[in-house]
Design a protein around this ligand. Sequence first.
Ligand code: SAM
Length: 269
Amino acid sequence: MNASAQPYEKKARFTMNATQSPQTKTTPRTHFGFQEVPLNDKAKKVADVFDSVADRYDVMNDLLSAGMHRLWKRFAVARSGVGPGDRVLDIAGGTGDLALAFARRVGASGQVVLTDVNHAMLARGRDRLLDKGCPLPVGQCDAENLPFKEESFDCVSVSFGLRNMTHKDRALSEMRRVLKPGGRLLVLEFSQIHKALAPFYDLYSFKVIPRLGQWIAGDAESYRYLAESIRMHPNQEGLKQLMESVGFQQVEYFNLTFGVVALHRAWKL
Ligand SMILES: C[S@@+](CC[C@H](N)C(=O)[O-])C[C@H]1O[C@@H](n2cnc3c(N)ncnc32)[C@H](O)[C@@H]1O
């Protein structure tokens, strides 16, 4: 959990306890941003967020990151080791940025599969790839239950998707299952920013981002969730340990933009 977010987390926990009924104590619960919700409700809430933002997803990505998400993704692809003939699975691929970049690398002898659990995001991804002259196989599926045989892919990627998943360990295990021995996993995700910058980042995340969300996409709530979900995601070391706990080896990470984002790379050996 990110230390930089503690004041917000405390506030969120206080709100939860104040509204908790005896019944909720026995229902398995998880976090959705700073809210605590029944475990079974999280996927639906995440789906609502991405149904709402799908139309404006790309423009908001450019705006909120000042275009930096393109550089972060370029870095991830450059560290992937993916080359001609490889099979790549992009999970939670949304509008297809990574899938497109991988498709250019694997060439005609390779294959990239774009997947996402959300139909609205995936439809935008599919159309965008078609517009760019890059038709790829596309599949709607939950990362926690992948419809692929074991040892099918040389590389699996997930960018800015893992933190939305209810059971991250289950999703990571599935990613490992479908990787070939010697294959690698790339997880690009928001992480823990350098301490010195945390106050500015908090201000930007909780004051500016929801307002921009309201202004451009007509939806402040989804963008508040974005900021909150980043604070609830494991930090660099926490994610590394989680990846190791499901059997990944040689896990390493690269901090990008002072830790705003980290790329984790790991092998199935
Ligand atoms: C922030 S978007 C990232 C899209 C794209 N990878 C990118 O980097 O621009 C997060 C994506 O994760 C997807 N997602 C959330 N939970 C998922 C799950 N359990 N399985 C597969 N995809 C999921 C959402 O539908 C959404 O498209």
